[in-house]
Design a protein. Structure first.
Length: 243
C-alpha cells in the first residue's frame, strides 16, 4: 500500500487501539517507525495490555492505511514471553516494550517497561564451555562444507547457514543478544560496528564473486581465540560403558 495513503503512524496507532481495544489498560507503538527506520513496506507494531484477557495472542490487520501487527497480552502473559525470549537470547518482546512509545497507560506501563529494560541490560544467559565446543564443531563442519563445495547452488546456502552460526557464536560468546534475518546485522552492529562491516563484506564478496577467502579468514579468526576449528575428538551424546 502506498505511503501516500497512510496516516501518520502515531495517529494511526492511536485510532487503532481506540477502535479495537478501547478498554485496554495500556498500549504501545513499537517497531521501525519508532526507531526512525521505516520503509515503504514497514508495518506498525502495536502492543496491548488488558488485564481482562484470558491469554495472549497475535493478530495481523490492515487499518488506517497501515499493515498492523498487534501483540495482545494480559498482565501476566507477557512475562512468559520475556522469559522465552531470554532463554533463546532473542529479546523481541522486551525490545518492543522497552523502545515503545506509550499510547495509553492506566498506571501499569512504567513497571512493565522497567522489567523490559532490566532484562535487556542483563543480557542473555552465558554459554557453557560445552555449548561453545558444540558450536565450534558445527561451525567447523559448515566451513569445511563451504571450502570443499564446488556446486554454486549448494554453496550459496551453505554460506547462509555459516553466516547464522558465526553471528550467533560471536554474539553469544560476548554475552550479547542475537537476532534473526535483518536483526543479525543489527545485533552485530550494536556489538561492534567495525566487526559487523567486516562480517558483511566477507559474505558480500563471496556472493558477488564466489571467492571464499574472506569468509575463511573471518571464521578462522573468530575461532582462533576459542581453540580454532574443532573436529578431532569431538563427541556428542556418547554414553561411557560402566566398568
Amino acid at each position: 500500500m502506498s505511503s501516500f495513503n497512510r496516516l501518520d503512524p502515531m495517529d494511526a496507532a492511536q485510532k487503532f487501539f481506540g477502535k479495537h481495544f478501547p478498554d485496554c489498560d495500556g498500549a504501545l507503538l513499537a517497531g521501525s517507525v519508532v526507531r526512525g527506520e521505516e520503509t515503504e513496506t514497514s508495518d506498525l507494531d502495536v502492543v496491548i495490555f488488558d488485564k481482562n484477557l484470558p491469554s495472549s495472542y497475535r493478530e495481523s490487520l490492515i487499518d488506517f492505511g497501515w499493515n498492523i501487527e498487534v501483540f495482545v497480552h494480559n498482565l501476566i502473559s507477557y512475562k512468559e514471553f520475556f522469559k522465552s525470549d531470554y532463554e533463546r537470547a532473542r529479546p523481541s518482546m522486551p525490545r518492543m516494550v522497552s523502545e515503545g512509545i506509550v499510547l495509553k497507560d492506566n498506571g501499569i506501563m512504567e513497571s512493565i517497561k522497567n522489567e523490559a529494560k532490566e532484562l535487556l541490560a542483563k543480557g542473555p544467559e552465558k554459554w557453557s564451555t560445552e555449548t561453545i565446543e558444540t558450536k565450534r564443531y558445527f561451525i567447523t563442519d559448515a566451513l569445511d562444507d563451504l571450502i570443499g563445495c564446488n556446486n554454486r547452488a549448494e554453496e550459496i546456502f551453505i554460506a547462509g547457514t555459516l553466516a547464522e552460526l558465526v553471528s550467533e557464536f560471536v554474539l553469544r560468546t560476548n554475552d550479547r543478544w542475537v537476532g534473526a534475518s535483518k536483526w543479525i546485522v543489527r545485533s552485530l552492529r550494536e556489538f561492534d560496528m567495525e566487526f559487523a562491516d567486516c562480517f558483511v563484506e566477507a559474505f558480500d564478496d563471496f556472493y558477488k564473486t564466489g571467492n571464499k577467502n574472506k569468509i575463511i579468514q573471518l571464521v578462522d579468526g573468530i575461532l582462533e581465540s576459542h581453540g580454532g576449528r574443532l573436529f578431532e575428538g569431538f563427541s556428542l551424546g556418547k554414553k561411557l560403558e560402566k566398568s
